[in-house]
Ligand binder design. Structure first.
Ligand SMILES: Cc1ncc(COP(=O)(O)O)c(C=O)c1O
Length: 407
């Protein structure tokens, strides 16, 4: 019998830091419910748009001693197996509609697809760097609207992710760089060739498009708020690469629910924990992580925080966790092989880490101080977002069959 992966003697890492932000509403202007309304209206005009499911995992909640666990299942998003296309599509539409001087509303997608719009706008190439999911979203949106996309992936990216992007007609290659250096390559190529860079992270001087991308992600948060039907979670766990998704979702909920917004925990791979490092330093400076960020949580292997979203996270997050791959594997198994009575959620490495972290906090004795500090108990109502499905099917199968890291 295969020994469960968390008993195989591999060294696991789990570090955390508690955080108290200033909770300034001034940082929420770009992710308000009004902004989210606009993004959702645009997305609702795209063929195949449907709110992804929010599942209620009652058996697991009972087992680990919380009141409720909801999981938003983004494997069902536009047939792309991850939430990311929400951001790329909205940013591309904002850019193109801006050129045409038309609103980005429920009609925008169809207008942009018309011959008339295409003739007015001419040839445009969109370029980006990606772990896979964002690039797939950009390639998908560019293809639907009739434009070219060029996509650079970091060293070590899976062939499945590369091929998924190429299948959408984009020019894509796996580079010799880590994610952050691939971003610099995409930027240099955009300058050299006059391409439009659609990057899911911001830095001083490059903020407009990343802000649109974050606004695109708020559609997911707005769907959740509607699906909760008046209920408000007490706790929210969000995974982060550069932090754009976490900033957008946390910011939207902070704007919507004010003082009632959930206690929020940001989770990252220990090898790429730039937000954890920035929070732990607590010196008002952004701190980066460099080198080969070797984690199977490919979507979270980013070493440089998004500056726009960091302001929101810094103000509203309550804790940061940096953990090793075992927690992602644990989450994948928990969601992929649920107890009888709970729905199955196919959740990939970056999608499932928050489930592994929540389970560990509730069940491991060494983490009792964190459990208490966060106020997690029988009356807690916890929200997780499974941001991707099995985007690396080979690894997903290995993890679920206990063959991952088997000695
Ligand atoms: C599946 C998945 N989840 C989460 C994230 C993290 O998003 P962000 O880089 O905005 O923090 C990514 C990023 O690519 C991702 O692909």
């Amino acid at each position: 019998m295969a020994v469960p992966f968390w008993c195989t003697g591999w060294i696991m890492a789990f570090d955390y830091v508690l955080h108290k932000g200033a909770r300034s509403e001034a940082v929420l202007q770009s992710v308000t419910p009004a902004q989210a309304d606009m993004a959702q209206k645009f997305h609702s005009g795209i063929e195949g748009y449907a709110a992804t499911p929010l599942v209620n995992l009652q058996q697991w909640a009972q087992k680990i001693g919380v009141g409720k666990i909801w999981v938003k299942d983004e494997s069902k998003r536009f047939g792309l197996n991850a939430f990311k296309a929400l951001g790329g599509s909205y940013a591309i539409a904002k850019y193109l509609c801006g050129k045409l001087g038309i609103p980005v509303d429920e009609n925008a997608f169809n207008i942009l697809r018309s011959d008339e719009a295409r003739q007015k706008l001419g040839q445009i190439t969109f370029v980006t760097a990606t772990d896979g999911n964002h690039g797939r979203g950009v390639a998908w949106a560019a293809k639907l609207l009739g434009y070219k996309a060029v996509v650079y992936l970091p060293e070590g990216s899976s062939l499945e992710r590369l091929n998924n992007i190429r299948a959408l007609g984009a020019e894509a290659e796996i580079t010799k760089f880590n994610y952050d250096s691939a971003v610099r390559l995409a930027y240099a190529m955009s300058k050299k060739h006059g391409w439009v860079m659609v990057q899911d992270t911001a830095w001083p001087g490059y903020e407009e498009i990343p802000t649109w991308i974050m606004q695109g992600y708020t559609t997911m948060a707005q769907e959740i708020a509607a699906q909760l039907n008046g209920d408000v979670p007490t706790h929210l766990f969000l995974q982060a690469g550069v932090g754009s998704m976490a900033g957008a979702v946390l910011g939207y909920f902070a704007a919507l629910w004010g003082d009632k917004a959930p206690v929020t925990v940001i989770c990252e791979p220990d090898k790429a924990a730039c937000l954890y490092k920035t929070a732990a330093a607590g010196d008002g400076q952004i701190h980066k992580v460099g080198g080969k960020m070797d984690s199977m949580m490919a979507g979270l292997c980013c070493g440089e925080p998004c500056t726009v979203s960091w302001d929101i996270i810094d103000n509203f997050a309550s804790a940061f966790v940096a953990c090793s791959d075992e927690y992602a594997a644990r989450g994948m198994c928990l969601l992929g092989k649920p107890p009888a009575g709970d729905a199955r959620v196919v959740s990939g490495e970056s999608g499932a880490v928050t489930a592994g972290v929540l389970d560990a906090i509730m069940t491991e004795q060494e983490l009792a101080p964190l459990r208490e500090a966060l106020g997690l108990n029988k009356s807690s109502r916890v929200l997780l977002i499974s941001t991707e499905g099995d985007t690396d099917k080979v690894n997903y199968l290995k993890v679920l069959t206990g063959k991952w890291r088997q000695k």
